[in-house]
Design a protein. Structure first.
Lengths: 478, 403
């Protein structure tokens, strides 16, 4: 049962039905725990493979108990121990090879469990929220099958509010319909759209390596640049759509992870709309504490804006590094952090030159927004080369064209993305302006039924025709 | 339509769904399905119409003494879903070729081409087949008059060529060109076409089931279901999908897929395939011996399957497969018997998306593919195998880059 497969969705829907037999939080928790155990046992080939994960969870829980008992000095040690255990289990290459466990073991979802445990430790250690988390609630939260594999990263208080509520959140036909539509949409994104985009990318990549005429290689380069961001979006956001909808049908609201990221007109804005829960987590637990600490040490008002730039760099460098253990991801982190910092510096510079009011007006200018949107897209596409490729692949791809030709490719993608994305924004706004008494016509339940039926039918047909499984969820590997 | 996770619980209370929606929404869903089915059918009818019948109407299958043969002086027309309207005009000897049989103009270098449906130019108008294009290309390269007399015949397995070898020699060839395709090796398994059963009326339910079923079960007996054709045609524009789908074929695939399947590219093929290859070696021996006995040079070549062309064009293929494997095996078979083998597969490496020279679903070369094959064959045939049509100056061969 791979994630986002038909079996996974069918399993999720069965769990939804069982979970809704009773409104009691105890019953819903038993069902969620059982479902999570089933998923873990299906995904792990051998129960013994789960032992390192069990140890990791135990380590986190011991730290949590110590903090709940008021031993606040154990906070730093607990966090360091959990970070070390994570790095060790993920076999980061900077650790000596000899200390790793040689027996294969289960690490799926470990990154996301790591974020949840750190969140619990930090919040409990801060003493802001006085609460007791029992072992059952801890396991339910960390192993919740709807967020296990690739997030979204939910805060404990949000999870507990819905999961343990005496009176669960309502679930009427409108919500059920909307969630079913979202499952179909997500399934379509992962199993049809992402597959088609993946095919396009593979074909373009193969053409780049061949001694074909320049015009073909230029076209292949453009396809290679453009396709991957959309593939990654379809692949990841499709999965997130499915799990958010399944969780909602189980009367738990998961946080949104995407908010139309390609509509962002700057890199700073983009990371507020892409993998939102990861960005927020890092802002809460890296950016803010780091900025506060630096501001305490360097109180100069003139320097403070640049401290923010530095903190952005560190935070988003860590996002890049989190994605993988190889040097490609370190470079991806440098580019991501660098992009954020340069964008922030650009904002600061323009504000200084134009003044705050004039800068705000400029930022609202549709042409400025459109070019910014195009530039953000092309920058993201560029950084993703180090996300999907190895150094060898990247070298081969960049060697296929000369510097001037590559500049032409990036420039044409920027301009095309500017026009296409602006047209899309305009079209979307125009379509949503057609309203009924209940809101935009295209967001009405009637439109959604048509939309979901069409997507469902196309998905049914296409998954049969592909004759191959959809690419696995990319973020599952992290 | 997503709810905010920070929202107030009170906001989550939803208004009751009006009663009419319990009927209206399912009806909308059904209407959507109906519209998609109808529009797919309409698009299919417009783009992939199948008309007139088939080439098989001009062939005789039920004569064991001859195997498949063309009906002399017959004309058939077909329009298969992916192709254009194609006319098959058979001459007085039952072959789809220009000119009457037996006649040969003086001073002309005549190549008699034998093989199956690829050689005959199935699904492509005669003037666009490589059999029709090759004479002009060869004549221009060799600077002499070259003609091709096409005795290619679908459903004619190699061992049946021997039954017709007198017809080959009667055409007074200066060279015999044997077009081999991978499915020839499976020829003992071939099932000759049977008359189509009378069209039966299908209920609306069965039509919908057939429509969905054809797409859902993928490549199987429902290969030609409308929905399947429409979607698969566009899907197979992708080189990756072409290769993946082709190689994913299971060993127990239906007959029609098995004989066009990837067994011939497997590094470790089945015993069944090896047995057929050994039998084919026997056919090669007989055909080459008869040509040599008649003093006519025999030149053989292998034309690729669509996915094989894609793999060569791409320059990479999954482990356990080798698109050149059969090519190498045939070369040693033919050469060891005294024949000549021309190798055009490596040239597909230099052709971007060479699989687009084949019908995406049906598999035969299309007009673009025939033109491609003609150029490649002309380059190879004038590059050594027959001194009479060889070129003295080095030509700018598309084959010059190796594998």
């Amino acid at each position: 049962m791979d994630t986002a497969s038909l079996q996974f969705v069918a399993f999720g829907l069965i769990v939804v039905l069982i979970s809704n037999i009773s409104r009691s939080s105890k019953w819903r928790s038993i069902v969620l725990m059982s479902a999570s155990i089933v998923i873990l046992s299906v995904l792990a080939r051998n129960p013994l493979d789960l032992l390192p994960l069990a140890g990791f969870l135990l380590l986190g829980y011991v730290g949590l108990v110590l903090l709940e008992r008021g031993q606040s000095r154990s906070l730093v040690w607990s966090i360091l121990a959990v970070i070390f255990a994570y790095v060790w289990l993920k076999k980061y290459t900077f650790l000596p090879e000899g200390i790793f466990i040689n027996h294969p073991y289960f690490t799926l979802g470990l990154s996301y469990i790591f974020f949840r445990i750190l969140h619990l430790l930090i919040e409990t250690g801060d003493g802001n929220e006085k609460r007791h988390i029992g072992p059952g609630a801890y396991l339910l939260y960390t192993l919740n099958f709807t967020t296990l594999v690739s997030g979204p990263i939910q805060r404990y208080d949000e999870f507990a509010r819905d999961q343990f509520a005496g009176e669960p959140i309502p679930l009427g036909p409108r919500v059920v319909g909307a969630q079913l539509e979202r499952i179909i949409r997500g399934f379509f994104k992962v199993n049809v759209l992402a597959v088609l985009l993946h095919l396009l990318q593979e074909d373009a990549l193969a053409q780049m390596y061949r001694p074909f005429p320049l015009s073909l290689r230029l076209m292949a380069a453009v396809r290679l640049v453009v396709v991957y961001p959309f593939f990654l979006y379809s692949n990841f956001s499709g999965y997130i759509d499915i799990v958010i909808a399944l969780a909602r049908l189980m009367r738990v609201r998961l946080p949104e992870n995407f908010n139309r990221p390609f509509s962002a007109s700057s890199v700073l804005e983009f990371w507020n709309q892409w993998h939102i829960t990861l960005s927020n987590w890092l802002k809460s637990y890296v950016y803010n504490p780091l900025l506060l600490a630096l501001m305490r040490r360097i109180p100069s008002l003139a320097v403070q804006p640049f401290l923010g730039v530095f903190c952005f760099f560190v935070t988003f460098f860590l996002i890049g590094v989190w994605h993988g253990r190889t040097s490609e991801f370190i470079f991806f982190g440098l580019l991501t952090g660098g992009g954020m910092s340069v964008n922030k510096l650009w904002q600061l510079g323009l504000t200084r030159v134009l003044g705050r009011k004039a800068y705000r007006e400029l930022a609202k200018n549709p042409a400025y927004e459109a070019f910014g949107r195009g530039l953000n897209f092309v920058w993201f596409a560029f950084t993703l080369f180090w996300f999907w490729g190895s150094w060898k692949q990247i070298d081969a791809v960049f060697s296929a064209l000369g510097v001037a030709q590559w500049l032409g490719v990036w420039l044409s993608v920027w301009l095309s993305a500017t026009v296409v994305l602006a047209s899309w924004e305009w079209l979307r706004a125009a379509l949503l302006s057609i309203k009924t008494s209940e809101g935009p016509l295209l967001a009405s339940r009637y439109a959604l039924v048509v939309y979901a039926t069409a997507l469902g039918l196309v998905t049914l047909v296409m998954t049969g025709l592909f004759n191959q499984p959809a690419p696995t969820i990319v973020y599952k590997a992290f | 339509m997503t709810e905010s996770n920070t929202g107030n619980r009170e906001n989550l209370k939803e208004a009751k769904l009006p009663w009419r929606d319990w009927i209206l929404l399912p009806a909308l869903s059904l209407l959507t399905i109906g519209l998609i089915v109808a529009s797919t059918d309409l698009i299919h009818r417009r783009m992939f119409a199948s008309l007139y019948g088939a080439v098989e109407d001009c062939l005789v299958f039920n004569d064991p003494s001859t195997g498949a043969r063309g009906i002399p002086n017959s004309v058939c027309r077909e329009k298969m879903p992916e192709g254009e309207v194609t006319e098959y005009r058979f001459n007085n000897c039952g072959y789809r070729t220009d000119g009457e049989c037996g006649s040969k103009r003086p001073g002309v270098y005549r190549i008699v081409m034998i093989g199956g449906s690829y050689a005959m130019g199935a699904r492509v108008p005669n003037e666009k087949t490589f059999a029709a294009l090759l004479p002009a290309e060869l004549s221009a390269r060799a600077r002499r008059n070259v003609e091709v007399y096409n005795e290619g015949m679908p459903w004619r397995p190699p061992h049946v060529f021997a039954l017709h070898f007198n017809e080959v020699l009667a055409a007074k060839p200066d060279m015999i060109l044997w077009i081999i395709v991978p499915s020839d090796i499976w020829s003992p398994l071939w099932q000759l076409p049977r008359p189509e059963p009378a069209a039966q009326h299908l209920s609306a339910y069965r039509q919908v089931r057939r429509f969905l079923g054809g797409a859902w079960i993928g490549v199987n007996e429902e290969l030609y279901s409308r929905c399947g054709i429409l979607f698969r045609h566009f899907l197979y524009e992708s080189q990756s999908q072409t290769i993946t789908s082709y190689l994913a074929q299971k060993p127990d695939a239906p007959y029609s897929l098995k004989i066009h399947g990837p067994e011939f590219m497997k590094a470790e093929p089945s015993a069944e395939w090896q047995g057929h290859l050994t039998d084919f070696d026997g056919d090669v021996a007989e055909i080459v011996d008869r040509a040599m006995a008649a003093g006519v040079p025999l030149v053989a070549t292998l034309l690729p399957e669509r996915a094989q062309a894609a793999m060569i064009s791409r320059g990479e293929w999954p482990a356990g497969f080798d698109p050149y494997k059969l090519d190498n095996e045939l070369r040693s078979m033919i050469v060891s018997r005294g024949g000549t083998y021309v190798d055009i597969l490596p040239a597909f490496r230099n052709i971007p998306n060479s699989e687009q020279g084949f019908f995406a679903l049906e598999g035969h070369p299309n007009a673009q593919g025939h033109a491609m094959i003609s150029t490649l064959l002309a380059a190879e045939l004038t590059n050594g195998p027959a001194p009479a049509i060889g070129v003295t100056a080095p030509h700018n061969s598309v084959l010059e880059q190796g594998r």
